[in-house]
Each structure stands twice: as structure tokens, then as C-alpha cells.
Design a protein around this ligand. Structure first.
Ligand code: ADP
Ligand code: MG
Length: 608
């Protein structure tokens, strides 16, 4: 039997797409405050947003009628015709956010317009106004979302830990605050002030939000054409980190995620970065709204450009140009593909000032001969000067290997043969081949080492036997607020595997020791890499924290494919591997080795 769903249920379902977690409300409410022309915006959080998300602004406020109407579905003051969609400059326009919030939480709205003496106070529950009265307030709006999902327990249970939800909130706050440095922002969580951002330049805002250590490390990016402009900052290569998180793209001031444009930036940096490092960037691309499809779902951060290749080419060129001006890039010699040169958008004049600089510089020299704006031939790059290759973590492994202690293995290896009579070879600097009796075994050295380390960490944790090697010079790690709350969440488990970390400020931690066997002097980058590994876990995996952590540590510390090993190291690895409880699989589910019997080998060569 077909039934038409009652309105409040339909609303709850629709709301689920817009408001998935407290951070979604943070984004919507902050954007509404920006759209209202506020010059000061305060975000107040209780219980990681589960009990309260409140945004107070000094914007233009709402009339009494608008205040009553704003929680209705499709209530928006920002567009009135489909045409308007193509010129939209406000952050919101769908009239969905407040309706969605009102469907899944209790709402308290206080608002007043400058022309009115009194403001209005409205209380909403189950999408309906339950209380309304005049109130004396300052011009502007305060919207409080209380007890998110109070009426949908299943969804409430689905929310993550407070630390995790808080991390999402800080991320949304950071994105909006970066996009509008002229607006003053503050963030309070559980009555503690996390941020107080004064109105200022973008550079000041970046440093306030992402950390003082970037203060002297920012390179300005600024290019302008008739088609689009790019402005913002990239971090100098030596400030690049192993952990992602400080990469921001905004299109017409809206935060977007684009692996395509990320690639453009990475390409521009190419030879300048140590392996697995990410440079900071905060880049704003502004172009005619008609050139982007913003009619996407509000929670989607992906974007479609009318001409993606052009945007790619300009992002890459602009960054190379910026790096070159600061003498960071080596001189490059490329020929510009003629067909690219003919493109309209490239033909269009740059502003006079940038034009001459660009013609002298190398701005255009980054396109390939293969009709692809985004390809650079790697071998035409010269290595950057003044850049030492980054030392691989394999060094940590080497210091771990002991010469003695060849234990009895579980692979029927006779103890004596493990060390002496088996012959081992390394193939492609990545795989260990050994033959024994009538079999031949091929081992993935990285997967094997991950397995060994993983079991070691798990065991140390269980036995509370982790040994710490105290740092001679404790180093301080400043993180962005999101990473800081992640680290805090992991602190107990990190201690259990041998880290000694002390929180000294909200986002600063002192590393006083690392697990024995880890490479000294690398404390910061080890910890950053662990955080990065950890973040990349599929969050759907319902693993306990310490499980994920041990896997991250193992992945981060394991020797990598491509590392040359001595015979002794290979034998040690084999011995350690087969002493593991589950030698067959890496902690990430990759097969570690494969054994071929004599007849299988014979079959490989067929015909017998
Ligand atoms: P949208 O932002 O897509 O228009 P919302 O549901 O977020 O839809 O908001 C509905 C309407 O409520 C807005 O169009 C605006 O007119 C009004 N509004 C919401 N928040 C504020 C605010 N902080 N100050 C002034 N007006 C607001
Ligand atoms: Mg809105």
C-alpha cells in the first residue's frame, strides 16, 4: 500500500542530507551569518555540538515575519528566479538549512533589524514554533541549535566521539574563517575559548588559524586574467608536512575539495618537496559564477568547472610563478604547446603589471607537448638546488635489526637452516626470494615488516611492556586544532606503545620520548606521519582506537619497497615474520608471501 509520508517525517529525511552531524550545522549557520553581512561572528559549542551549536552575528537581522518564515522549507531571501542561480554570490541560496535544522533539533532564534526597536525570540520544536515573544537584543541574529537528533535516537547514536565531532567542527570553522579574514570570528567550546580571530589580512588569518610556524614561510600567489583570478598563499617547501590538512581551495569564497586541482599544486611543487610531504596552500579562485556549476548539493564540496583544464593550467602556472619569484624553483626550460597558447583564455590579456612579469618569467612554460595542460615531463625537471633528499624511514628499521636471535620459525625451517644454509635473494629491491627443500617462497618485504611491527606493538601494549626512549631535546609540535584534538584522543594509546607526550597548550604538544627503536631526532615527523596514516583509515571500520593506531605505526615505521637489504637483514626479516601469529597477511590485508611447490615451479615452465 502506498502512503504519503507525513510532512514531519519527509522533512526529517530531507534534513538528513543537509545536517549529518554538528559540523554541518556549524557550516550552514556561519554561512548565513556571513550572508547577513556580519562583521563579527561568534560560534559557541557545548558537548561537541551534540547539545549546542550557536552562532551569534551582528549582521542585518530578520524582520518578525522573516524570523517566523525562515525555518520553512525553501524559505530563502537570496534567489527568486532560476536566472538568479547563475549569478549567485551568497553562500546559501536553497533555503534548506534552517528548515533541516528545525526538523532534527530544537531551535532558539533571536533576531533584530537595525530599523526596529525590539527584536523577536522564537522557539521551535519538531519544525513548529512553540514560543514567540518580543525581546531586547542588539541588531543581528543568534541562532541556537539544541540537542541535535533529539527526535531521532538512531541518528544520535550514530554520532562519533566528542573529539571526532569537534574535529569536524573546527575544520568547518577554519574554512569559513579563512575565506573571510575581514570578519572577526571567535570559537568557544565548553566555555573555553579556542579561537579569537581579529579582522585582518589573509596572511594574518592563516597564521592565526594554522600556526605561527608558518609566519615566515608563506609565499604570495596572485595572478589575474579576464577569465579568472587566483590569489592566496602557498607554504615554502621546507614548511611542508607529512600530514595533510593545511590545504585549502576556495572557489568564489566557497571551500571546495578537488583532487584535480590539488594535483596541479603538487605538480607545481614537484621536485621541491620531499617524498610524501604536502605543502600548505590557501588559494582562492574567483571567476564568473556562470563558469562553475554551483547548483550542486549543499553538502557536496566538489565542483564542476566549465573548463577544468584551463583552471588546472592557471593554478599550476600561478604557483610556479610565485615560487620562481621567491627563487624557490630551479630555472626550468619548457616549450609551451602551441595549441595551448591559442586557447582563448590564455590569449586574453593579463593585467599590464603581471603581463610583463609573466612574459619574462616562466609562467607559460609548464605545459607539455602532448596537448595536455596538466602534464609536465618529469625528466625535463632539474633537481632543486639547496634541497636535501629526505631520509627514508628505513633507517629506523636498520637500527632495529639485531644480528643474533634467530628463533625457531613456524615455517618448518630447521633452526640451523634459517641462518645458514638457506639462500636468500632480493628481487627488484622489494621482494625476498628464498628456497628451501623443494619449495620457493617470495615475500613482500614491506608487507612482512608491517606485520612484524604490528604484532610487536600490539603485544607491547597488551603486556604494558613498551619501552620509551626519552628525547634528549624534547621537541614541540604545534598542530592545527583539528589534528590537536585527534592527537588528544590518541594520547593514552600512544603512551601505551611508548610515546611520552605532554599537552602544553590547546594545540601544542611536547614530545618527551618515543618508543625504543624509533629514530631519534625525528619525533615530530614520526608523529605527524602517524596522524596522517590514522586519518586515512576507512572510518567505517569499527576497530578499537589502539588497533588503528598500531596499524598506523606499523605502516609508518615499516621499511618500504625499494629499500636495499643485506643478506643478514633479509634473514632476520624472514625469521621475525614466521615468528608472527599471522604471517600471511599484512595488518592491511595484503598477502605477505607466496610459496611455490616444486611442481608449481615446473608448471610455470610447462611442457614437462
Ligand atoms: P539560504 O541561506 O539558502 O537562503 P537558510 O535556510 O540557510 O537558506 O536561511 C533561510 C533564510 O533565513 C535566508 O535566506 C535569510 O533570509 C534568513 N537568515 C538565515 N540566517 C540569517 C542570519 N544569521 N541573519 C539574517 N538572516 C538570516
Ligand atoms: Mg543558508
Amino acid at each position: 500500500m502506498i502512503q504519503i509520508l507525513p510532512d514531519h517525517i519527509a522533512n526529517q529525511i530531507a534534513a538528513g542530507e543537509v545536517i549529518q552531524r554538528p559540523a554541518s550545522a556549524v557550516k550552514e549557520l556561519l554561512e548565513n551569518a556571513v550572508d547577513a553581512g556580519a562583521s563579527s561572528i561568534d560560534l559557541i559549542i557545548q558537548d561537541a555540538g551534540k547539545s549546542l551549536v550557536q552562532v551569534v552575528d551582528n549582521g542585518k537581522g530578520m524582520s518578525v515575519e522573516d524570523a517566523r518564515l525562515c525555518i520553512a522549507r525553501h524559505a530563502t531571501s537570496k534567489i527568486s528566479s532560476i536566472e538568479d542561480l547563475f549569478h549567485i554570490r551568497t553562500m546559501g541560496f536553497r533555503g534548506e538549512a534552517l528548515a533541516s535544522i528545525a526538523a532534527v533539533a530544537q531551535v532558539e532564534l533571536k533576531t533584530k533589524q537595525a530599523t526596529n526597536q525590539a527584536g523577536i525570540f522564537i522557539e521551535v520544536e519538531h519544525s513548529a514554533i512553540t514560543r514567540e515573544e518580543p525581546i531586547g537584543v542588539a541588531t543581528g541574529t543568534s541562532l541556537a541549535m539544541k540537542n541535535l537528533f533529539f527526535n531521532i535516537p538512531a541518528r544520535r547514536n550514530f554520532l562519533k566521539s566528542n573529539a571526532a565531532e569537534m574535529r569536524h567542527i573546527v575544520e568547518e570553522f577554519t574554512r569559513v574563517a579563512l575565506a573571510f579574514p575581514a570578519i572577526q570570528f571567535s570559537l568557544h567550546a565548553n566555555n573555553q575559548q579556542l579561537y579569537q580571530l581579529e579582522s585582518g589580512s589573509l596572511k594574518q588569518r592563516i597564521v592565526q588559524l594554522l600556526g605561527n610556524n608558518y609566519a615566515s614561510k608563506l609565499v604570495g600567489v596572485q595572478e589575474e586574467t579576464d577569465y579568472l583570478t587566483i590569489r592566496g598563499f602557498v607554504g615554502k617547501p621546507d614548511s611542508a608536512r607529512k600530514t595533510r590538512g593545511d590545504q585549502y581551495f576556495f572557489v568564489n569564497n566557497r571551500f571546495i575539495k578537488s583532487s584535480y586541482l590539488h594535483h596541479a599544486v603538487m605538480n607545481a611543487f614537484q621536485a621541491l618537496l620531499p617524498a610524501d610531504h604536502f605543502p600548505l596552500y590557501v588559494l582562492f579562485i574567483d571567476l564568473d559564477p556562470q563558469q562553475v556549476d554551483i547548483n550542486v548539493h549543499p553538502t557536496k564540496q566538489e565542483i564542476k568547472f566549465e573548463d577544468e583544464k584551463i583552471v588546472y593550467a592557471f593554478v599550476q602556472a600561478a604557483i610556479r610563478h610565485a615560487l620562481a619569484q621567491f627563487s624557490i624553483t630551479p630555472t626550468l626550460d619548457f616549450e609551451l604547446d602551441a595549441s595551448i597558447q591559442q586557447l582563448d583564455s590564455i590569449q586574453q590579456p593579463f593585467t599590464a603589471q603581471t603581463r610583463s612579469a609573466i612574459q619574462e618569467g616562466n609562467l607559460y612554460q609548464h605545459f607539455t607537448k602532448k596537448n595536455q595542460a596538466h602534464r609536465i615531463e618529469p625528466d625535463s625537471m632539474q633537481p632543486a638546488k639547496n634541497w636535501k633528499p629526505f631520509q627514508s624511514v628505513a633507517a629506523a628499521y636498520n637500527s632495529n635489526i639485531k644480528e643474533d636471535a634467530i628463533a625457531v620459525t613456524k615455517l618448518d625451517l630447521h633452526p640451523a637452516t634459517a641462518s645458514d644454509s638457506i639462500s636468500v635473494f632480493q628481487l627488484l629491491n622489494s621482494y625476498i626470494l628464498f628456497s628451501q627443500a623443494s619449495t620457493c617462497t617470495l615475500i613482500d618485504q614491506q608487507a612482512a615488516h608491517e606485520r612484524i611491527l604490528y604484532e610487536k606493538f600490539i603485544q607491547q601494549r597488551a603486556n604494558k611492556k613498551a619501552t620509551t626512549q626519552p628525547s634528549l631535546f624534547p621537541s614541540t609540535l604545534s598542530l592545527n586544532a583539528a589534528d590537536a584534538s585527534l592527537l588528544e584522543e590518541l594520547l593514552l594509546d600512544l603512551t601505551a606503545v611508548g610515546f611520552l607526550i605532554q599537552k602544553i597548550e590547546t594545540t601544542k604538544f611536547q614530545i618527551q620520548g618515543i618508543p625504543a627503536g624509533f629514530e631519534n631526532g625525528k619525533e615530530e615527523s614520526i608523529l605527524e606521519a602517524v596522524l596522517e596514516e590514522y586519518k586515512h583509515f576507512n572510518t567505517a571500520l569499527a576497530l578499537p582506537l589502539h588497533e588503528k593506531l598500531c596499524r598506523s605505526l606499523a605502516r609508518q615505521q615499516a621499511l618500504k619497497l625499494g629499500t636495499v637489504l643485506s643478506e643478514r637483514e633479509m634473514k632476520q626479516l624472514i625469521t621475525d615474520l614466521f615468528a608472527c601469529n599471522q604471517p600471511h597477511m599484512s595488518p592491511f590485508g595484503v598477502p605477505v608471501f607466496r610459496t611455490l611447490q616444486k611442481d608449481e615451479i615446473e608448471q610455470l615452465l610447462a611442457n614437462r
